[in-house]
Design a binder for this molecule. Sequence first.
Ligand SMILES: [Zn+2]
Length: 173
Amino acid sequence: MTDTVTPDARSRMMAAVKSRDTGPELAVRKSLHAMGFRYRVDKRIGKARPDMVFARYRAAVFVHGCFWHGHVDCRLARMPKSNIGFWCEKIERNMARDIRNMAELAEAHWKTAVVWECAIRDRGAADVANEIGNWLRGGKANIDLAMANRLDKPSPRSSPTAKNPIKAARKRK
Ligand SMILES: [Zn+2]
């Protein structure tokens, strides 16, 4: 089975998905702002460039597109049917960078939140913003917000490759 769009068109679609200031992310930022939180969107911490930096709370928030950051067990992270090697390479690079960023921030004593795109779609921006607000005020540990019940049929524990979209795609190839 081949992809229904040309690689070129697919590339443009994916590039659009990747851009910052996407609708759902903006909605979360607006909600947080309305709640009185102030943040920077263009601040670098070491090599990391979080989507929101709350310096007062020494907290950084990343909003991750599920496809681009290889969200495990997430239906928004399904691989296209063609050019799998191309997408895997890009996504693996992103995932490796995410891990480095988190380690660097932890070392510098920043707390981090990862907000997956699917959480915003599933729960709505206001709900997600509320949880971030509570975390900013009181949370000490890092958090990871995702849609509940991400896959219709959860993959069996005995099949670790099925849980990781990249590994599963590579296996299919
Ligand atoms: Zn997701």
